[in-house]
Write a protein that binds this ligand. Structure first.
Ligand SMILES: Cc1cc2nc3c(=O)[nH]c(=O)nc-3n(C[C@H](O)[C@H](O)[C@H](O)COP(=O)(O)O)c2cc1C
Length: 234
C-alpha cells in the first residue's frame, strides 16, 4: 500500500531512527484488549514503510495477532505509560481507533500507527516476526514531560525486568543477580537525575525493584549489600 505523502512524512519524521519503543495494543477473538511495550522497526520503502515487531510466541500480543491480525502502536517517552501498559493496565485510557479494531491509547501519546498484519513468520531466535502495513498514522496529545535520561532509565529498567520475569526459571542465580544489579543501576540513575518531587517516578522505580527482587534467588547473599543507596530508601 502506498502511503499518502502526509502520512509518510509524519511516520518518517517521528520514527526516523528506524528502531523505537512503543506500546502495542491488540485484541483477542472475543475483543479482550491487551497492551504491551514492544520494540518497533521501521523500514523505509520509498513511498511506503514497513513496520516490524518481534513478540515472543508465548506473549499475549503474539497470540492475539494470530486471532485478530491488527494492532495499534502508541509512541511516547513517558515511562508511566510503559509501566502501566504492563502492570497497571486499568489506569490506561483506551480510545476507539479509526481504521482497525484494536483501540489506541489515550493520554500522553505522541504518535499512533494503526496497522494490519501483512505477514507473520517465526525467526531463528524463536520470535515471531510480524510485518505490518500502516493503515493510518496521526499525532495525539503528546508527552507532558520532556525527554529525560531519568525517563529513559526507567524504560530500560522495565526492559531488564521483563527479561528477568520471562527467563528467571532458566537463569542461574548469578545471572538473575546480574539483572537485578542492572535494574538497580537504571532505577538509581532515574532517581538521581529526576526532581525529588517526581513522586510517581519514585513509586514506579520502587515497584520495579520490588518485583525484580522477588525474581532474584533467595539464596543470593549480598544482594542488599550492593543495592545502591539511591534505591535502598525506596
Ligand atoms: C521498552 C520495552 C520493549 C520491549 N520489546 C519487546 C519486544 O520487542 N518483543 C517482546 O516479545 N517483548 C518485548 N518487551 C517485553 C514485553 O512487553 C513483556 O514481556 C510483556 O509482558 C509481554 O506482554 P504480553 O504477554 O501481554 O503480550 C519489551 C518491554 C519493554 C519495557
Amino acid at each position: 500500500m502506498v502511503l499518502s505523502v502526509r502520512v509518510r512524512d509524519l511516520v518518517m519524521r517521528y520514527l526516523r531512527y528506524g528502531l523505537h519503543e512503543g506500546i502495542c495494543v491488540t485484541i483477542d477473538a472475543l475483543g479482550k484488549v491487551n497492551t504491551a511495550p514492544m520494540g518497533v522497526e521501521v523500514i523505509d520503502r520509498g513511498p511506503d514503510a514497513d513496520i516490524i515487531i518481534r513478540p515472543y510466541p508465548e506473549t499475549r500480543t503474539s497470540m492475539n495477532l494470530r486471532q485478530v491480525p491488527e494492532f495499534t502502536l502508541n509512541f511516547t517517552h513517558d515511562p508511566v505509560l510503559f509501566f502501566n501498559s504492563m502492570f497497571r493496565k486499568q489506569a490506561l485510557t483506551l480510545v476507539s481507533s479509526r481504521y482497525v479494531r484494536p483501540p489506541r491509547l489515550g493520554g500522553c501519546i505522541d504518535l499512533v500507527l494503526e496497522c494490519s498484519v501483512r505477514a507473520q513468520y517465526r525467526d531463528v531466535e524463536g520470535r515471531d516476526l510480524i510485518i505490518g502495513t500502516i493503515k493510518g498514522a496521526y499525532e495525539c496529545m503528546g508527552s507532558k514531560i520532556a525527554y529525560s535520561r531519568g525517563a529513559s532509565a526507567v524504560i530500560e529498567a522495565l526492559v531488564y525486568l521483563t527479561k528477568l520475569m520471562a527467563l528467571a526459571t532458566s537463569m542461574s542465580c548469578k545471572e538473575r543477580a546480574e539483572y537485578l544489579r542492572r535494574i538497580d543501576e537504571e532505577c538509581s540513575l532515574a532517581i538521581r537525575v529526576s526532581r525529588v518531587s517526581n513522586s510517581e517516578l519514585r513509586h514506579i522505580c520502587s515497584a520495579i525493584l520490588r518485583l525484580a527482587k522477588s525474581y532474584a534467588c533467595s539464596s543470593n547473599k549480598g544482594v542488599g549489600e550492593w543495592v545502591s543507596s539511591a534505591t535502598r530508601s525506596l
